[in-house]
Design a protein around this ligand. Structure first.
Ligand code: FE2
Length: 307
C-alpha cells in the first residue's frame, strides 16, 4: 500500500449560484453567467487538483445536517436529483458520484474510537445536499474521482462555538488517521462561506452583477482581515480570532468544516494561496488552498507505518 497523504486542502464554498452560472448539463435552470471572479478562482483549484491526481476528495458540508453524530456517505454509487431548498430556481442538479466507502468507514471507525458519535449513511436513495454537490462540481466537474461526504452534526449551534470546534478538531484528527491507514492520496474540501450576512430579496435577474455587493461593510472587513492572516500563513492567529469572527460576521465556518480540515492537516502554519474572492447575494466567499504537497508537508507521519 502506498503511503497515505493529504496533498492539499481547500476552502471551497458552495453558493449554488456558481453552478447555475456555469450552465453545466446536469443543472436544469439556464443562466446568462455571473459570479465570474469566483468561478475563475475555482479554475485554479481545478488545475491544482488535476496536477495532484488525488485518489479521493473529502468534503464536509454544513447542509447535510445530522442531529445525532457525524455521518459519512456509505453507498458505493449515489445518483439522483438535488434541489436547493432556498434557491430551487437556481439549482436542480442531476448528480452521480462514486463514494470511497472503505475510506469513509475508516474515518467513521476512527471517529468513534476517539469518542465522538459517528455513523455510516447506507440509504441507496439518499439525496445528496447542494453544499456537497456544488463544492465537488466546482473543483472537479468531471466527477471522475471518488468522494467521501461528511455531514454537519452542528454541535457548535446547540452547544457552544468552543465545544463544537473541539469536536471538529477530533473529527479532523480521525480523518487524518483514516487516510494514513488506508494509504489514500487525499484532497480535503471545507465547504464554507466566510461572512454570511446576505440579501433578503433576490434581484429580478439573479445573475445581474450590477446588484452584487457585500451585504455589510463590517462583514467585508472581517473577511479581508481573516484572508490576510491566511495568506500570510498566520493560522494560529486565524484560529484564535475565529470565535470573534464567527460572532461578528455570522461566519459559516462556525459549522466546522474549516476546523475539521486544518485539524486533519495538522494545523500547518502555511500560507494559503488565495485563488479568488467574491460575494454571492452579499455573503463573502473565498477559494483558498493550502498545498501541503508543494510545501513538503503531505506525509502523515512515520508512527503509522510502525503501527
Ligand atoms: Fe451554506
Amino acid at each position: 500500500m502506498s503511503e497515505g497523504k493529504i496533498l492539499s486542502g481547500f476552502l471551497a464554498p458552495h453558493p449554488p449560484h456558481m453552478v447555475y452560472a456555469e450552465n453545466p448539463p446536469q443543472n436544469e435552470p439556464r443562466s446568462e453567467g455571473g459570479w465570474e471572479q469566483l468561478r475563475w478562482a475555482y479554475d485554479h483549484a481545478r488545475a491544482s487538483i488535476e496536477k495532484l491526481k488525488p485518489d479521493v476528495l473529502l468534503v464536509h458540508t454544513p447542509h447535510w445536517i445530522t442531529q445525532v453524530g457525524h455521518h459519512f456517505l456509505g453507498v458505493p454509487r449515489l445518483e439522483g436529483r438535488s434541489v436547493d431548498p432556498i434557491f430551487p430556481n437556481l439549482f436542480r442538479y442531476d448528480f452521480g458520484m462514486d463514494v470511497d466507502v472503505e475510506l469513509a468507514e475508516a474515518c467513521c471507525a476512527e471517529a468513534n474510537k476517539l469518542g465522538i458519535v459517528s455513523k455510516m449513511m447506507r440509504n441507496p436513495k439518499f439525496r445528496v445536499d447542494y453544499g456537497t454537490i456544488t463544492t465537488l462540481h466546482m473543483v472537479r466537474p468531471q466527477w471522475d474521482i471518488p468522494v467521501v461526504g461528511i455531514s454537519a452534526n452542528n454541535t457548535p449551534y446547540y452547544l457552544s462555538t468552543g465545544e463544537g470546534q473541539g469536536e471538529m478538531d477530533i473529527l479532523g484528527r480521525a480523518t487524518r488517521e483514516a487516510i494514513r491507514k488506508t494509504g489514500r492520496r487525499a484532497v480535503l474540501l471545507a465547504s464554507n462561506t466566510l461572512s454570511h450576512w446576505h440579501f433578503h430579496e433576490e434581484p429580478e435577474l439573479p445573475e445581474d452583477m450590477s446588484k452584487e455587493h457585500p451585504e455589510r461593510y463590517d462583514g467585508y472587513k472581517w473577511d479581508m482581515r481573516m484572508i490576510e492572516l491566511m495568506r500570510k500563513g498566520r493560522m494560529k492567529e486565524v484560529f484564535e480570532t475565529m470565535p470573534q469572527f464567527i460572532d461578528e460576521a455570522f461566519a459559516e465556518v462556525k459549522s466546522g468544516a474549516f476546523t475539521w480540515m486544518h485539524a486533519a492537516m495538522g494545523y500547518p502554519e502555511l500560507a494559503g494561496k488565495l485563488h479568488g474572492y467574491g460575494t454571492v447575494i452579499g455573503t463573502g466567499n473565498a477559494v483558498i488552498e493550502w498545498n501541503l504537497e508543494e510545501a513538503g508537508l503531505s506525509s502523515l507521519g512515520a508512527e503509522a507505518r510502525v503501527a
